[in-house]
Design a protein around this ligand. Structure first.
Ligand SMILES: C[S@@+](CC[C@H](N)C(=O)[O-])C[C@H]1O[C@@H](n2cnc3c(N)ncnc32)[C@H](O)[C@@H]1O
Length: 370
């Protein structure tokens, strides 16, 4: 039976998510903040397992309905097929947003929805005391949106957010979300057969995601999804065809602790055989085998003003190293600061912008010596 799903991604990443959903053989349509698609529960499991750029996947509960007073809300919400999603004893949390609607009191809406679930199931599920910004997968999150009196109810199928692949336990300073690292790789146009270098690798997220991508390893292989507990769920097929023919993938950082974290994370992700991490400053990086390839990275930014001069020097040095040693290489840098990027003196294309944690970041791309 086909259901409607919505894969969520940070603004700006929707088109990468759409191409991933299309590659799964599903038809999707971008909307601000994600991609809507329809599919079976097997497709839902596969989306959770395989999508690299989605932060979570929601399932729509039935169809949207009008609710202009609380009686109507409880009656209509009580007709939704809750039993297809909630197990007896499963604790829930209700996230309610209301815009331009007669019902604007989110706590009162949540109360009626909770009562409606009880009407349908015969008993009310336990309500989690507080809303957790970083869900741990133990509580089933339900999202209720009222816009112009039209109520849409969705249920989270992922549990822990999908950027939590399960391999990054060791972190260095300012780690990049795995979903953003995957999107950065896609935005760079990396062909998966040429060498890739991240000279500011921190905890190793970009090289590790690059190896998972090129080896075709599903990013969610090592974790569980809350929808695996839903009523009548098929079992998740974790089989995949591994590609072992990978180019050199190199990460380096001047911080020894960061390199140690990268090595540990790479081991946990199962990619150690494909990724090399080394302890060195950006000035020491060298292209492997005189080949050309991609530099994809997330250098430091946004430090205290007093350190701004050091950062400007660092970006200028980065540009010098690239021009001296990497002519013909493609460079992609994630950075919110155009003035810093300017210091590198490369012919940046900064037309691509994303929003992450409310902050705008540029995906700056250039061909060295181009
Ligand atoms: C924003 S963090 C990178 C985060 C990384 N993408 C991750 O997911 O963990 C920037 C990194 O650049 C490193 N760094 C700063 N100056 C450097 C230099 N001159 N050479 C090499 N690495 C440097 C820092 O140690 C830090 O780990």
């Amino acid at each position: 039976m086909a259901e409607t799903y919505f894969a969520v991604a940070p603004p700006g990443l929707e088109r990468f998510l759409l191409s991933e959903i299309t590659a799964l053989g599903l038809e999707g349509k971008t909307e601000p903040g994600g991609v809507i698609f329809s599919g079976t529960r097997t497709d839902l499991l596969s989306a959770n397992l395989r999508l690299r750029t989605a932060s979570r996947v929601l399932a729509r509960l039935g169809t949207s309905f009008y609710a202009r007073d609380f009686t109507e809300l409880r009656q209509r919400a009580g007709k939704l097929p809750w039993e297809r999603f909630l197990q007896p004893g499963q604790a829930i949390e209700l996230r309610v947003t209301c815009h331009k609607s007669k019902l604007m009191h989110t706590d009162a809406v949540a109360r009626r929805i909770h009562e409606a679930i009880g009407d349908r199931l015969g008993s009310r599920p336990e309500l989690a005391a507080t809303l957790d910004e970083e869900p741990d997968g133990s509580v089933q999150s339900i999202l209720v949106r009222l816009v112009d009196d039209l109520c849409t109810v969705s249920i989270d199928s992922s549990g822990e957010l999908l950027y939590k692949r399960g391999y990054r336990l060791a972190t260095a300073k300012a780690p990049l979300r795995e979903t953003l690292a995957a999107a950065l790789l896609m935005a760079s146009g990396w062909d998966k057969v040429s060498p890739l270098i991240d000279p500011f690798c921190g905890s190793g997220t970009i090289p590790i995601e690059a190896a998972l991508l090129a080896a075709d390893v599903p990013p969610g292989l090592k974790r569980k999804f809350i929808c695996e507990n839903w009523q009548g769920m098929p079992s998740l097929n974790r089989q995949f065809d591994l590609n072992t023919n990978l180019p050199p993938i190199l990460g380096s950082d001047r911080d020894a602790g960061a390199v140690k974290a990268s090595l540990e994370n790479g081991k946990r992700a199962g990619v150690s055989q494909w990724v090399s991490f080394s302890h060195q400053a950006v000035s020491a990086i060298e292209p492997p085998d005189n080949a050309t390839g991609w530099i994809i990275t997330n250098p430091p930014y946004g430090l205290r003003i007093s350190e701004g001069k050091d950062l400007r020097n660092l970006y200028a040095q980065f540009g010098n190293v690239l021009r001296a040693k990497f002519p013909g290489w493609q460079v992609t840098v994630l950075c919110p600061d155009l003035a810093l990027l300017g210091q590198a003196g490369l012919p940046w294309d900064t037309s691509m912008k994303w929003k992450t944690g409310g902050v705008q970041v540029f995906v700056a791309r250039a061909l060295v010596g181009g």
